[in-house]
Design a protein around this ligand. Structure first.
Ligand code: SF4
Length: 111
């Protein structure tokens, strides 16, 4: 079992410093974080830290898409070890419908 980060992620990064195994991954340019399910020890301490309620246990129903996305991109992107400053517009993206489909890039900063 692991936890997964869903589209409500606002990259506030409050989850990063509490993770005891540094298994939260992203890039400097991405507006989405992911948890590596092979590294997550299921401690659950990140879940209440997220101000956007984007972190859920993988036992929640309907998370198939997010299980795959977390596994795929956490394996490709570096893990985060320190909390970076929250984006200035982090609050604007909390709860935006279809945020992931509208804004996610698998190659952030590319093109
Ligand atoms: Fe890290 Fe624990 Fe959250 Fe897994 S559940 S991502 S190990 S803080």
């Amino acid at each position: 079992m692991a936890f997964v980060i869903t589209q409500n992620c606002c990259t506030d990064a409050s989850c990063v410093p509490v993770c005891p195994v540094d298994c939260i991954h992203s890039t400097d340019e991405s507006e989405q974080y992911f948890i590596n399910p092979a590294e997550c020890i299921d401690c659950g301490v990140c879940e209440p830290e997220c101000p956007a309620e984007a972190i859920l246990p993988d036992t929640e129903p309907g998370l198939e898409k997010w299980l795959e996305l977390n596994a795929t991109f956490s394996a490709q992107w570096p893990n985060l070890t320190v909390k970076k400053p929250s984006p200035a517009d982090a609050d604007e993206y909390k709860g935006v419908p279809d945020k992931f489909d509208k804004f996610f890039s698998p190659e952030p900063g590319g093109n």
